[in-house]
Design a protein around this ligand. Structure first.
Ligand SMILES: *[C@@H]1O[C@H](CO)[C@@H](O)[C@H](O)[C@H]1NC(C)=O
Ligand SMILES: *[C@@H]1O[C@H](CO)[C@@H](O)[C@H](O)[C@H]1NC(C)=O
Length: 435
């Protein structure tokens, strides 16, 4: 995960400068010797501006100064190639999988880079209300979590506002939902590294920017699936207090105009499979819960800073639909996908999902990020891959405005040929969608 250093400074600069300045900076950076920048910065820090990395690695912005990049990751057949090499002498028959074997061929999307968020975020959360995009908290680095909201205005494409979250509110792995004015924020992880979740829940009035508290969840939950449905705030799945054990419990509470109408959460029909990091979408009076995982990083026993240590995880692409009282299993995603809580938009009877993270590499056991843009047609209940992001990235925050699909933030890959997670980003991109 990223270290602090000069990162914030660079992003701060970008957010303040106008677009043409950024173009000049990009062009200059390329002209002044990408290779040098690469060599100097790559080894010393994970935290330089990703613009530099992109230019330096001759990938995301391969044509210096160009803003519109026609799908950065080209759709070469060999990208999906399965076996790339045989082992050295003596083990000649043993085969290895290419690091990128899980990438699915995808059409190109005309990505265009937009103003970078004021801070980079991993495991941030977002809610779009008309032309405003509220982006909540998240990790800046593993040792630093944000406790503020950044607001993006789609009308003039600026990051226009910043305000604080309540001191006691969780900083990541939240459950979020909105009714179009109030934003409900349930539970989540409080503090950096791998601390556990809390039960405290809040509601933000986006008209007044005032926060109120909600009755606490019956038990803390980490990254639970959350949605408003039939006048009730529903919270289900997620991980339990230890961050790792999947919960299947499902609770709801009646809410109206930012207030809970009941003192306690009600028990609802449990979700067939538990776990955190899933998309939860309401469509046509049905609740869809998509993807996710069982297990997650956990605090090292006895560590005073709750240092993260990797545990066994199973990522899945399951889709469950709640229709009144009964959960139905629907066709799964084209591949297992997790860390997609806010990576979706609903458009023309389809759910679009941007990026994520999939099962670990079967041979190297490395984590692998996802670069596809998926579409789930809610009428035919079928999945397709409709594009590729500028890079693989997880915990993207997605929005839709004026026919454009937007995404910002998350943790991106190490390059076109290396899907492992690396840099925490605040970049914002958009592409015109035509379904
Ligand atoms: C968003 O931008 C538009 C165009 O500049 C402006 O009219 C509007 O007031 C802005 N909204 C907010 C909430 O800042
Ligand atoms: C959604 O449907 C409307 C009406 O048919 C159309 O104008 C619009 O382009 C569609 N949006 C996308 C993203 O395809």
């Amino acid at each position: 995960m990223a270290k602090p250093a000069s990162h914030n400074l660079l992003h701060h600069h970008h957010s303040k400068s106008n677009w043409s300045k950024l173009v000049i900076i990009l062009a200059c950076a390329a002209l002044l010797g990408a290779a040098l920048a690469f060599n100097v910065f790559w080894a010393s820090s994970y935290s330089l501006s990703s613009t530099y990395i992109s230019v330096a690695s001759n990938w995301a912005l391969q044509k210096s100064g160009m803003i519109v990049v026609p799908s950065v990751r080209t759709n070469k057949p060999e990208a999906a190639e399965n076996e790339i090499a045989k082992s050295k002498e003596g083990r000649g028959s043993e085969r290895f999988l290419s690091a990128t074997f899980a990438d699915i061929p995808a059409p190109e999307l005309p990505w265009e880079q937009m103003p970078t968020a004021p801070v980079p975020r991993l495991d941030g959360y977002s809610i779009q209300i008309k032309n405003l995009f509220y982006v909540f908290s998240g990790y800046g680095t593993l040792d630093h979590v944000h406790s503020h909201v950044d607001v993006y205005n789609f009308t003039d494409n600026t990051w226009c506002e910043r305000f604080d979250t309540p001191k006691d509110m969780a900083n990541s792995h939240l459950g979020v939902a909105t009714d179009g004015r109030y934003i409900y924020i349930v539970s989540g992880q409080y503090g950096p590294q791998c601390r556990g979740p809390i039960d405290r829940s809040y509601v933000l009035d986006t008209k007044t920017r005032k926060w109120q508290s909600l009755p606490p969840l019956p038990s803390p939950r980490y990254a639970p699936a959350t949605q408003l449905w039939r006048g009730r705030l529903h919270v289900m799945g997620g991980s339990k207090e230890n961050r790792h054990t999947p919960g299947v419990e499902h609770w709801s509470i009646a809410v109206k105009d930012g207030k809970a109408l009941e003192k306690k959460w009600r028990t609802e029909v449990p979700i067939p499979r538990g776990g955190p990091h899933r998309a939860c979408v309401l469509y046509n009076d049905r609740l869809f819960v998509i993807g996710g995982q069982e297990g997650d990083f956990q605090a090292k026993p006895g560590s005073p800073i709750f240092k993260c240590s990797r545990r066994h995880e199973v990522v899945y692409g399951d889709v469950y639909m709640l229709d009144g009282e009964k959960w139905t299993k629907l066709p799964p995603m084209p591949k297992p996908n997790s860390h997609i809580e806010c990576s979706w938009v609903l458009v023309n009877n389809s759910i679009i999902i941007t990026g994520g993270t999939t099962e670990k590499h079967p041979v190297t056991k490395r984590m692998m990020l996802v670069g596809e843009v998926f579409k789930f047609d809610l009428d035919s209940k079928t999945w397709s891959v409709i594009g590729r992001l500028p890079y693989r990235v997880k915990t993207t925050l997605a929005a839709l405005w004026d026919g454009y699909l937007y995404f910002t933030s998350g943790q991106r890959d190490r390059g076109p040929d290396n899907p492992q997670p690396r840099k925490v980003i605040g970049e914002m991109w958009r592409a015109k969608l035509e379904l």
